[in-house]
Design a protein around this ligand. Structure first.
Ligand SMILES: [Zn+2]
Length: 357
């Protein structure tokens, strides 16, 4: 893989990850762009002990542009996009409308004594998986999935070194039903200046388990799922894909490496190669369920950058809000108001349907 880093017209960085070692990426960004916005504001919610990012500049971001104005397609002729090259394999660049960034204007003023405020210092990057506007992640060849994984490893390492970053979260939203604002197949990476609420909850459970048993909670749960077998959707030598016994979503699959590693950079060569074939198999089963492109969120759970790394266990959480061909699962009163999920499909049944798809 060849890595080439360039600077866009407004100073944001862009990195090409090419599968050919002789790729030349010397095209300049010929656009005239205003400087990128300053970091958003983080406000502390004292009632839930959680931070909320207030990013008002994101209201003006590009929303479902027509295909001929796609900012993630390569630049061709006079049609200039975010990517100056006329083609690419995998490309990563800083989001033009980031929720978190390193550009901090000034320390925000206090709102009330109960609501500390701080700048949204972090980073938000966009990952383009292919230059083919009409492709999907499921249609990528395994070799490309490997390139994507290598790019995510590169970015996790680099973002972990930024001042203040505590957690790096790569993810893909797919489908307008999920709220995707650009059709071109892409993912994102958020580098947060705190450990996220969900990860904090999981780490607290993992710590209690470690103190009680000396084991890694996720590794023990994975071993139990592999032994039970009825929720396993697919597996190979290095990875298992299974529906969690207490799945929250109608269709939810965890894809986890058998070896407990904290994050993507810690995966070895054989593990990285083995991920693509298995994940692609699971994604195609998702699309096969209702014979239509499945809206989904694919969320990489990585250990925090500085704390509790030994308690973490890398896994990809893939889930859809589609529960039937013509029905979506909405987060309504119980889920949104109280955080209690009601799942209409038994996890064992979901696994059976996915195995048959
Ligand atoms: Zn495109």
């Amino acid at each position: 893989m060849k890595r080439t880093q360039i600077e866009l017209a407004d100073g944001r960085e862009l990195i090409y990850f090419d599968e050919r070692d002789d790729a030349v990426r010397d095209q300049p960004d010929r656009r005239e762009l205003p400087p990128p916005p300053h970091a958003s504001q983080l406000r502390y919610d004292p009632l839930t002990d959680e931070w909320v990012a207030v990013a008002v500049h994101r209201q003006t971001r590009t929303f479902l542009p027509p295909a001929d104005q796609c900012p993630l397609c390569p630049s061709r002729g006079d049609r200039l996009s975010e990517i100056p090259a006329p083609d690419y394999d995998v490309v990563v660049f800083e989001n033009r409308f980031p929720s978190l960034s390193q550009r901090v204007a000034e320390e925000p003023a206090e709102i009330t004594p109960f609501t500390p405020v701080r700048p949204g210092r972090g980073k938000c990057e966009v990952v383009c998986f292919t230059d083919d506007h009409n492709a999907s992640f499921a249609s990528l060849p395994p070799a490309r999935v490997r390139t994507v994984l290598d790019a995510l490893a590169d970015r996790t390492t680099a973002l972990s070194e930024l001042p203040g970053v505590e957690q790096v979260f790569p993810f893909e939203n797919r489908g307008v039903e999920i709220g995707v604002t650009l059709h071109h197949p892409h993912g994102q990476i958020y580098a947060y200046p705190f450990v996220t609420p969900r990860t904090r909850t999981m780490l607290a459970a993992a710590r209690r388990h470690f103190e009680r048993t000396g084991g890694n909670l996720y590794a023990d749960v994975l071993a139990a799922e592999r032994a039970a077998g009825d929720r396993v959707v697919a597996s190979n030598e290095h990875w298992t894909a299974y529906v969690p016994a207490a799945a929250r979503w109608p269709f939810e699959v965890h894809v986890a490496p058998h070896r407990p590693v904290p994050d993507i950079p810690a995966l070895d060569d054989a593990e990285r190669d083995a991920f693509g074939p298995l994940y692609l198999d699971v994604l195609r089963r998702f699309d096969g369920l209702f014979d239509m492109p499945m809206p989904y969120i694919a969320a990489w759970h990585q250990a925090p950058v500085h704390v509790d790394r030994e308690l973490g266990h890398l896994h990809l959480q893939l889930f859809s809000i589609r529960r039937a061909k013509d029905k979506l699962k909405y987060l309504a009163g119980s889920e949104s108001g109280m955080g209690v999920f009601i799942n209409d499909i038994a996890p064992e049944r979901a696994a059976e349907l996915l195995r048959a798809a």
